[in-house]
Structures are given as structure tokens and as C-alpha cells.
Design a protein around this ligand. Sequence first.
Ligand SMILES: [Zn+2]
Length: 459
Amino acid sequence: MSVTVTQAYRFALDPTPAQERDLASHAGAARVAFNWALARVRAVLGQRAAERSYGIAEELLTPPLSWTLPALRREWNAAKDEVAPWWRANSKESYSSGLDACARGLKNWSDARKGQRAGRPVGFPRFRSKRRTTPSVRFTTGTIRVEGDRHHVTLPRLGPLKLHESARKLARRLDNGTARILSATVRREAGRWFVSFTCQVQRRQRRPRQPDAVVGVDVGVRHLAVLSTGELVDNPRHLGTASRRLRRLAKAASRKVGPDRRTGQRPSNRWERARRALAAAHRRVADLRRDGLHKLTTRLAGEYGTVVIEDLNVAGMVRNRRLAKAISDCGFGALRRQLDYKTSWGGGRLAVADRWYPSSKTCSGCGAVKAKLPLRIRTFTCQRCGMVADRDFNAARNLAQLVVAGSGPETKNGRGADRKTHSSGPVAAKRQPRTASAGKTGTVPPQGGTVDQELTHAH
Ligand SMILES: [Zn+2]
């Protein structure tokens, strides 16, 4: 059996200097089209608002401008000789990509205003400045392919571009017909160009090695994660060194003369250089972290039938500056996203504990809940049953037990756990109470007042 999924393949590029200029020109063209469309829409909106304020009848107002992609494209094609007489220098896809981004931004803003969009409010799109925008351009039509040598990709107008690494994984799928490229996006991040292919991929439906096993995962700060099996997953190697380097470079950059809007101060060359080094260091830390998370989530999804994590309000926590570093460093959001799709590809499921479930403050031995457990206290000590365990391990064990809580009569309502748990992901149907046999509890230890000293970890 196979499932069709949308998957991205991303590769670093090694363009020649001429190609780099071409890439920058295409990304610039996308930006120009974006800004042009936004200015048009703003002008018409402003004009109509002004006319209305003079009491002009609704039917006599300047006609509204549609901001769908086809409408913006028609407008652009009529105006491009005037606005961008050099338009022939770039693929038409570059303009289309800018107009598309503008259309989407406007749609998100208007949907949010009408209350048709979930999530935080979306502001009116802003103009894209040359300095501050990440150069990017998306190709959806024309020649987009991976070359036979697997070390080059061909994009419309840009021709063959050398890849920094082999694209064999994608090429193999393209060759045997299990993948189809939908679009290619080229971006420059921290001074380096990347191409990302969005593909429709046919994946074989797999089964986890232990389909009945449940694992709770607590993402920590000292460790990448702590599992309910007692395993500590270390942070990626070299992450500490990379983070220290990042801090040092940030400090160095702050001592140089940067740009200042109020005084019109232009940044110094030294500042520019320091900024580039800092961006590269950021990139390295992010790469190491992403790599570690991918390895962990692949392993978890391949091994366990059910993976249980906490539902953390990441957006809310990142706004709290003191927690922000630790949280965004560990990539909770990325962990959840990766587990979500990897468990569904792997035939397992992801269960997400309720946001208010006190996984750290609950004793995984007897279920007693503490009123308080400050973050700095790394060991959980139960006053009721005397269990002593590493804080994160205790939390992970609680998470694992949430899912099996519905499986036996004596544990069912222990902490109201089954009411507070919900599952996510396409395969993640919630297991009904009583439908799971006792044998399905897998790796989760039985509940009770046992003091489990062997599983204790000291730091
Ligand atoms: Zn206890």
C-alpha cells in the first residue's frame, strides 16, 4: 500500500558568479513585481477611501482592483513595458512568483480582517526592501529537472546549476516514477543559495517496528529529548561549540558601527563583515539542531506505534523573552511538525497531551500532583510515594502513560488523563477506552507506588 504526500527536497547550490548574478536578478524581479502590485492595490484602496470621504456615491467610485493572481498578472502584463522595460532579462516565472506572494499576503490580510482565518491577526502586506528581504523566487512551470549526473538541476532561463551535494534520493524517485516535481524555489540564506523542490511523492506505507509500544517524549534544554524508556537523547555534537561561537560573534558585531535610522548612519564595512559571519554562525546552529531533530523523529516514528508529546504554546512562549531562547533553540515546533508527518508516513500515530496537562508536576509513580515545581529544580521527588526521578524523565513517563490511561479500569480516571488527551495527524485516531487490551501497554510501566530507583538519572 502507498500514500501520496507532498514533500520538499532541499539542496545547497554552487552557482558560478554569472549564475549568482542571474539568481539575484530573478529574485530582484520577483521583489519588483511584488512591490508594484502592492503599490497598485494600496493606491486604489486609498483612492476609494478618499472618494468615499467626499461623499461620492458607491457606484461612482474608482473601480476596485481584484487582487487574485490572474488579475494581478493581467495588470502586470499591461504595465510591464512601462514599469520594467528590462523584463525580458528574467523568466516570466520570477514576476509571477512576486505577484503570487502579493496576492497571498493580501488574501491572508483580508481573510483575517473578516474573521475567516485562524491564528493571529495578519497585517496589511509591507513593501519588500532590497536590504532586508530574503531573496527568493519560485518556478512552477517550464523546464525544472534534476540532471542525469544528479549533481546539476536545470531551472527555466537559469539553465543547469551545480548542486553542492548529490540529489540522488530525489533523482531515484523521479526515475522510478514515485515522485513528481510541483515547483522549485530558489532562496539565498546567509549568503548561500538553496533550491527546494516541492514534490508529490508516493511513499510505501510502513509499520513501526513496535506497533503496540508507546513512547513519551519530553523535549529538554540540557538534552535534545528525554524518552519515557529512560533514554536520554543528547544534543547534536558540536552544538555547544557552535552556540558559543554564535554568542561571541554577536558580541563582536554589536561593537561595530551598524546602521542607524535616526541619524542616517550607514553601516561600516567591518559591521557588514561581522553581520555576515554572524548569519553563517546562526545557520550552522540551526542546521545542527535540525539535523538532530530529524534523526530523532525518524527513529521514533520508525520504532514506536504511538509517540506522545506535550502541546506547547510555542508562539506564546517565544514572546516571553526569558524562555524564548531555550524554546526556539530546541525547536519544539519543528519536533511536532516532523513527528506529525513521519508518524503518519510510518503507519504510527502522534498523540498530543493537552496544553494544561501538568506532565512535569505529576508523579509518574503514584499520580500525585505538585502545586509548584520551578524550572531550576531538575529532580522530581514525590512527597506521597517517595519516588525520585529526573524531572524530564518523569514528564516523559507521564506522557506515555496518558495514552494507555484508557486501557485498564484502575488507571482510566486516575488523572482524568483520557479526557485531556487528543490525537493529531491523519492516522492518529484516538484509541477508545476499553478497545485496547492490557497487552497493548507496551513499554509503559504499570502504574502504582513503586519507587523506581534504577530509572533515576542524576545530573
Ligand atoms: Zn508519587
